[in-house]
Design a protein around this ligand. Sequence first.
Ligand code: HEC
Ligand code: HEC
Ligand code: HEC
Length: 132
Amino acid sequence: MYNGGKILFGILIFLALVTFPFYNDIGKANVRPEPKINTPEIQKLSEKQCVESQAFMKANHMTLLNEWRDSAVRGGNRTYVASDGKKYTISLQNTCLRCHSNKKEFCDTCHSYAGVNPYCWDCHIAPKGAKK
Ligand code: HEC
Ligand code: HEC
Ligand code: HEC
């Protein structure tokens, strides 16, 4: 005799096991990083804005940093004119990380979530971990 019940039960167990890794991850994957922008330097700003819009920075800060490096190192140009006309000194340490002095709570939270580990800090000086 053919036992439909047992087979169905077996299939359900099988499905539960093979999909477990996915739903077991759901909680973790949904904990989106919340990069903190409450640094002393940012608190002093009258307008809480980055060199470009937040959406642009979120998507393009890596390319922007590459452009900055090429501009400074190859072009010898250390002034960045933002799309709103404001001028910034091209410097990872003295510009980006002066505002974002909380590298751990800002850059690093996002990067560990995204699984990227920029090698910049092999050479560039990051703010001390304890500094907020
Ligand atoms: C092997 C060492 C090294 C690594 C790794 C490195 N840089 Fe640099 N970077 C330099 C040097 C040297 C300069 C030139 C400094 C100068 O002329 O003032 C520079 C200049 C720059 C500049 C322009 C000037 C400044 O002071 O910020 C930017 C922006 C920059 N790097 C970004 C990056 C980024 C982003 C990464 C990681 C993706 C990175 N660098 C990794 C060595 C390095
Ligand atoms: C004048 C201070 C200042 C400077 C300089 C600055 N930032 Fe920002 N940055 C901010 C502020 C404020 C925000 C939040 C903007 C908002 O919420 O609209 C921000 C947002 C961002 C974001 C988006 C964060 C998110 O929640 O999505 C990234 C990424 C970022 N900055 C990277 C950089 C990099 C890289 C540099 C250097 C090229 C830089 N910032 C220079 C103040 C600054
Ligand atoms: C809102 C989240 C977020 C914040 C905040 C953030 N990053 Fe990133 N960053 C990312 C993501 C996601 C990537 C990977 C993008 C990709 O691979 O296309 C990345 C990639 C990079 C890269 C290129 C690394 C590589 O190996 O390709 C550099 C350089 C970098 N970030 C620098 C910074 C610096 C410096 C800060 C702090 C001032 C910062 N980021 C803040 C999300 C963030």
